[in-house]
Each structure stands twice: as structure tokens, then as C-alpha cells.
Design a protein around this ligand. Sequence first.
Ligand SMILES: Nc1ncnc2c1ncn2[C@@H]1O[C@H](COP(=O)(O)OP(=O)(O)OP(=O)(O)O)[C@@H](O)[C@H]1O
Ligand SMILES: [Mg+2]
Length: 389
Amino acid sequence: MQTALFQQWLTVLRAAMVNDVDDMCATLATVIQSEDRERLILLPLDELHSIMSMVQMFVDERCMWRVQFERFLKKTVRTRDILPSYLFIPGVQRIGKNAVGGGGFADVWKGELAGKIVALKVLRIFGPETECAKIFKEFSKEAMIWRQFDHPHILPFHGCCGDLFTPLYAFISPWMENGDMISFLKQNTHTDRLAMIRGVASGLCYLHNLQPQVVHGDLRGSNVLIDGNKLPRIADFGLARVADTQAVSLATVSYNGKGSLRWQAPELLSFTKDATECVKTTDGSDVYAFGCLCIEVFTDRPPFPGLSDGMVIAALLIRDERPSRPPAPAAQRGLDDNMWDLMQKCWATRRSDRPGIKAVYERIMPFTQWEERRDDREPFTSHVIRYIG
Ligand SMILES: Nc1ncnc2c1ncn2[C@@H]1O[C@H](COP(=O)(O)OP(=O)(O)OP(=O)(O)O)[C@@H](O)[C@H]1O
Ligand SMILES: [Mg+2]
């Protein structure tokens, strides 16, 4: 039995659909911004899932009310503490008998979805079932935000898969055949490295300019992948942040703490009065990490390559040191005085002294010829059925 509110909602949408899809979209936007919104959010779960799938379909179609629709979805997920059913994609196959790679809290498998090669990032979370479900939910909420991104230098996200690695879950994104940025640069030494850096800055600019702003929180070479057109794509948004907030649970289960300490701004490494207080990543700490990523791009090595993590902390917090200017071949790779000055500004000790990423991007721009390409994301909406019949 459908609730009266849901039936009323269907009737309004059916009437609008008689005209055209734009009309239906406009009607939907009006409904979710009216006072009915709060009541819609409290509908029974099956009805709510139908509404969410419909709203997401319009987001995927890049309709003009996209921002309002995304806000509605986020509020619904937060209020009801549910994951939308459209996030779970059926029909994913895995390729091969072993994972092709793995990081701090996940293994990466190659897979296939609708004839396309995809990457399946399987969270390595073991422990009591309720605890695992809670952690997965936190990851998925971050992934939901990731799903809405639409930029040529951001790795698209298709959805989750809950039935291939049971009881573990996987996040699905397109397979990046050229691997991570640092391995790519090591093998393709003649790549235009300034162009790579500018691509990453452009993706970061997009994230920082979103409303509300999105902070990456774990920017570094291994979290930038290279697509089939040899363009950089930023990956792994917010997942590290969830891993951090869930560190206690993850520590008891699986997290091996393979850290990204040397990309982290000093304020994130400082000891606070209250040891349990969590220092948040910000756009400023992303800019700091971006400066470190530039070191990787020019040298093919992480910042402070000769130092252990402990020595890096001492260098940063006690001696306020930063990486020194890399020798040849960095200069031939594009590290001139302008670029070096910019990187040092990104490393300013005080967050407020660092430039915004837009200023960074604009300062790199005159030195590179970069042709922005259109997003080639496949919306994968074909499996979303029309709910209003
Ligand atoms: N979409 C993708 N396409 C191709 N390779 C990928 C994709 N996603 C991840 N990989 C590869 O899988 C490996 C593991 O990635 P993962 O993000 O789990 O680890 P990491 O970035 O090294 O560390 P961390 O877990 O701290 O992010 C990396 O070598 C990465 O290049
Ligand atoms: Mg990664």
C-alpha cells in the first residue's frame, strides 16, 4: 500500500511527464524545495528509494536543478541514515584470481561492468558484522559525494558492489589503464610534467570551488591516476578521512596505517592539548599537499625521500624544514624559479599564508599549453528503471 503523499507525488510527476521531461524535472525541483520535502524524507523506505533514484537520474542527466537535487539526496541520507539503492550496481564481474594492487585500507581488483573494464576497490575491513556495516556506511556517504563530481581531472565513480566479495564491499570506478601518476612518469620520462601539475591543480580547483567545498584530504601522486588520454585524474576523495575517523575500529581489524604523513601540512601533525581532538584537513592542507605532489612530479620520488617518517616529523615540526630544491633533471622537467617560488608558497607554515588553489592554477597556466577535454563519463543509468510507470 502506497502512502497518500507518495501517490500524490506520482500524480504530479505523471501530469508533468505528459508535457516533457524538463517539465517533470522542474516539478520535481519544486516539490523537493517545498514544505513537503520534510514529509517526503520521512516516507517508508521503499518509496523513499524510488524518489531518490528518480532524483539521482536527473542529477546524472546534468539537469539545471542539479545542485538542489544533490542537496536533497545528501539531506535524505543524513536524516534517515540510509544508503540509496541506486548506489549498488548489479552485474559486476571480477577479472583474475588476485587483486592487482593494494593500499592502506583496500585492495584493488580489475573487473568488468556492461562491457567496460572497471576498478573494484575492496575495503579491507574485517571484524564484528555491525562494526563493518557501520564503517562501510561511512565510506559510502563519502562515495556518494564523489559520485556527483563531474570534471575531466577527477576520477568518476560508478557505485558500489556488495555481492562480489561478500562480506566485503567494493567501490567501482573506471579502470585507468596508465596506472598512478608517479609510476607513469617513471616510465614516460618525456611527459610534459607542468601540464600534469596543472591538470591536478585544475581538478583541485573544481573541488575547492564546489558549494559546499570539498577537501580532498589525501592528495599525493599515488592518488592521481592517468587515464587513456594520458590525462591526470584525482582519486580517493574523503576515503582517507573516513579511514582516519574510523582509525580505532580499523586498527583492531585491518588498517595497516600505510600513511601519507610526508604530504601532510604541519598543522595536521601538531600535537593538540587534547589528544583525542581531531585536526581537520582543509583547503589549505590540500594546497600544502599539492606542493609536495609537485616535488614528486619533478623528481619521481616522495618528499624527503631519505628520511624516515619520524625524521620527517622532526624536520617539519622542530626545524620547520621543507624539501630542498631538486637538482637536475628537475629544471629540464619544468622546475624554474617561478614554479619553485610557487611550491614554497604552498608550503607556508601558516595556513593563511598559503595561496588558494585558484591562484596556484592561474600562476602555472601561462607556462603550459593545456587543452581541457570534455568529460567522458558514462552515466551508467541504463539500469535505473522508470519508477513512475
Ligand atoms: N581506477 C583505477 N584504475 C587503475 N588502477 C587503479 C585504480 N584505482 C587504484 N588503482 C591502483 O591500485 C593500487 C592500489 O590503490 P589504492 O588507492 O588502494 O592504494 P594507494 O593509493 O597506493 O594507497 P592508499 O590506500 O593510501 O590510497 C595503486 O597502484 C593504484 O594505482
Ligand atoms: Mg589511493
